[in-house]
Design a binder for this molecule. Structure first.
Ligand code: GLU
Length: 430
């Protein structure tokens, strides 16, 4: 089984979405189930409704999942496993106060070394701890030898016992920490491969250590995806609008184009424009570049336009929320726009207010004639008749005519627009 494990603590960003897409693709390729696990252990940071929003986004991107679970439903399992580790002396009760720990952290910082737990409470037995009658956290004892694993993207990785450290697995109120809950749940749901962002690389040896101590010896594969950088080469912050999936959708990028772009990013693919289903045929996790990927909005625009072009006029009209009969017209305007929002603005101009500038007078004449004409089928006849009736020609004919018909000084060829607009023209020029 594969899983996508979002925390309901903020908006879904493109890094999260990329992880979800990759997990979905590999689950399909391996014919394994795909689980969504909402990691809601950090109660203070959870935001009401974010879980539903994440599930909605997965639906918008057509990432079908088999099940949704909430990590908090498994607290009793986490607690029982912590108890087992305590009983087997693989974990210990720690009574160090936050102040003591903070002082040690400060000291380490001053001495310019990485902070490690002092080991002070390591020898306290469970009986002794219970006798004290005071709250305590549970720490797992650090490993005795290095923890190594092979990452599908990053290759062989090894972590010293001190890097893993004796870390907290259960908080004083009995809630598991992220690493503990995650390690246990991956074991409980028989996860075969974990694909996630590389910000989790240092958590992996901790999670492997937890499962090893519990005697779980089934190997879980890992693939940590390189971070996504912005155009300036800096880590893309959650505050940058382009990193927000909601923002991209709102700007009029199609889900299939965003998915296409995120699969293409830092990857070798047999083609540039493709669908999710096509990617399932050839996607190869091991071909993902180790180097950070650079987010390029212009490239995404290019891909979006290619996907907009693939839509039928009816589909395009539906996406734009306009009448189906305007689908062909929208297609024509694609040469002028890369997103649904831009396209909508172009179409809105056709039906909106006009500013004729220096051609006010000519526009008035053309309007009168158009309203009194029987509109011919083809543009040539229309042009000829209107020229004759108005007595206008050249720039003084074409400029106001374009403004009159389209509401904009530039755009697709009027001869191409005319047949698509014909039935609307009298309404438009009114
Ligand atoms: N909840 C973690 C996050 O949103 C994911 C951890 C994981 O995939 O193991 O970053």
């Amino acid at each position: 089984m594969l899983r996508f494990a979002p925390s309901p603590t903020g908006d879904m960003h493109i890094g999260n979405l990329r992880v979800a897409i990759f997990n979905y693709i590999v689950a399909k390729q391996r014919n394994e189930r795909f689980l969504i696990r909402i990691e809601d252990t950090d109660i203070e940071r959870n935001i009401e409704g974010k879980d539903r929003e994440i599930l909605e986004i997965l639906q918008i991107f057509d990432l079908k999942y088999d099940d949704v679970v909430y990590q908090s439903q498994n607290f009793s399992f986490h607690q029982n496993f912590a108890k087992k580790l305590l009983e087997e002396h693989k974990a210990f009760a720690c009574f160090c106060t936050p102040e003591e720990l903070e002082a040690e952290r400060e000291k380490a910082k001053k001495e310019k070394r990485a902070y490690r737990y002092s080991g002070k409470c390591e020898e306290i037995t469970l009986q002794e701890a219970e006798k004290r009658g005071k709250p305590f956290v549970v720490r797992i004892k650090k490993p005795k030898s290095p923890i190594t694993f092979t990452d599908i993207v990053k290759g062989e990785l090894s972590f010293d016992p001190n890097e893993v450290d004796s870390f907290v697995i259960l908080r004083a109120d009995g809630r598991p920490t992220y690493n503990f809950a995650c390690a246990i749940d991956d074991m409980l749901y028989d996860i075969s491969l974990i694909i996630r962002g590389e910000d989790h690389v240092s958590n992996t040896p901790k999670q492997i250590h937890i499962r090893q101590q519990l005697g779980y010896d089934k190997e879980i594969q890992y693939a940590h995806l390189p971070i996504i950088l912005n155009a300036q080469g800096k880590k893309m912050s959650k505050r940058e609008s382009a990193s927000s999936v909601k923002w991209l959708l709102h700007e009029g990028f199609l889900p299939q184009a965003i998915a296409n772009y995120l699969i293409l990013l830092g990857n070798k693919t047999p083609k540039e424009i493709f669908t999710l289903d096509e990617a399932i045929q050839w996607f190869d996790l091991s071909s993902i570049s180790k180097a950070p990927a650079k987010f390029d909005l212009d490239k995404l625009r290019f891909i979006n336009r290619a996907h907009l072009e693939r839509l039928s006029p009816q589909e395009l009209a539906k996406r734009l929320g306009i009448h189906e009969s305007l689908g062909e017209l929208a297609k024509l305007y694609l040469e002028e726009a890369s997103t649904l929002k831009e396209l909508k603005a172009k179409l809105d101009a056709i039906f909106g207010q006009r500013d004729f500038g220096e051609f006010e007078e000519e526009a008035k004449i053309l309007k009168e004639q158009i309203l009194s004409m029987e509109l011919p089928e083809d543009f040539e006849s229309f042009k000829k008749e209107l020229m004759q009736r108005s007595g206008l020609k050249g720039k003084r004919f074409f400029k106001p005519l374009r403004l009159l018909l389209t509401g904009a000084p530039h755009g697709p060829e009027i001869s191409q627009l005319y047949p698509l607009l014909k039935d609307h023209i009298k309404g438009i020029v009114q």
